[in-house]
Ligand binder design. Structure first.
Ligand code: SF4
Length: 330
């Protein structure tokens, strides 16, 4: 039976961090066995925030590809490519832009949220307002059945579905597939300061960090704010550090910390030392593979070139179909 198709992308706006890994990448690796997956490095989307320094994007593209491969994305199982190397994304984006009403874009909650989050760049551009249209083109070009998202991001897909319906209503033929959300359970991980883990907040633990950097960051992590003194009991349920133990530490250690924190039998310093150890042993395999891929840039770029070929074939077929139904409309 033909596998259902998945499409997803990541912006090369910086190094990837644990939030990116547990929020998306880990799930992508699992999906590649069951679905036909297309994963792209969204360098045109990255331009919405890096338009003043576009040369940075190229470097990040390579870093993202290295992190993808080191995390276990397998080019034999999925198609990995760079968005700007498949020009059909831009062409379909332009075509769809002509039929999407501006108020649809203005009511997009992410538009406002991102403007509040990114302080150092003027995000009031025409391109940023229209990014959901480009995102729709990205998805529908591959006739993707699903887009993997966390439960809180599911509504974001609704706009893409509306755009697809508008196209089908206007030209009376179904060319695209209305993408559905593939919801996955994403652990809630904050940055070391307790806010959402983000490059913009400078609070992330990166997949590219050295062991020394990871240890330093773990030791500076924000914990239970009520636990002011060593003698004060803590509450792992509100502690910023404990979710990382849930990912990296063995169950027996989690239970021990949960119990000892509540009676102040363990201090936050010891708890952090334990986490630094388990986190590093969890991250080491990725760190080793990362070092290997960094030394083989030719191989990384060949994988992306092969992915481009496969992506272009599919994208071109869909684009031609879309043009042809528009041409036939009186
Ligand atoms: S002991 Fe650990 S879980 Fe408890 S508050 Fe300190 S860092 Fe958090």
């Amino acid at each position: 039976m033909k596998k259902k198709r998945i499409l997803s992308g990541m912006q090369p706006t910086g190094q990837l961090h644990l939030g990116n890994y547990f929020g998306a990448l880990k799930n992508w690796v699992e999906l590649q066995d069951e679905f036909e997956c297309f994963y792209f490095i969204a360098d045109w989307h990255a331009l919405t925030s890096l338009y003043e320094s576009p040369s940075k994007i190229k470097n990040y593209v390579f870093e993202v590809a290295v992190d993808w491969l080191s995390s276990g994305l397998d080019p034999e199982k999925c198609t990995l490519f760079i968005q700007s190397e498949v020009p059909q994304h831009a062409e379909l984006h332009l075509m769809l832009s002509m039929m999407v009403p501006v108020p649809w874009l203005e009511r997009n909650p992410t538009y406002k949220e991102k403007q509040d989050e990114v302080k150092n760049v003027d995000m009031s551009s025409y391109g940023f307002l229209g990014y959901p249209v480009l995102q729709t083109a990205d998805i529908v070009l591959y006739k993707a059945n699903y887009v993997p998202v966390g439960i809180d991001q599911a509504p974001h897909l609704e706009l893409s579905r509306e755009i697809v319906r508008r196209f089908h209503n206007l030209y009376k033929k179904k060319v695209f597939i209305e993408p559905a959300a593939k919801i996955s359970d994403i652990p809630k991980l904050n940055g070391i300061d307790g806010r959402k883990m983000s490059k913009s907040y400078d609070n992330a633990i990166y997949l590219s960090d050295t062991e020394k950097q990871v240890t330093k960051k773990v030791k500076s992590m924000f914990t239970d704010p009520q636990r002011k003194m060593r003698e004060d009991p803590g509450d792992p349920d509100v502690c910023n550090l404990f979710p990382f133990h849930k990912i990296y530490s063995p169950k027996s250690m989690q239970e021990e910390i949960d119990r000892d924190c509540r009676t102040a039998a363990i201090g936050c310093g010891d708890c952090k030392n334990k986490l630094a150890e388990t986190m590093l042993s969890g991250m080491r395999p990725h760190m080793e593979k990362r070092r290997e891929y960094l030394n083989k840039p030719k191989e990384v770029y060949e994988i992306l070139a092969e992915g481009r070929k496969r992506a272009c074939q599919v994208a071109e077929r869909t684009l031609e179909e879309a043009k042809s139904v528009m041409d036939k409309t009186k």
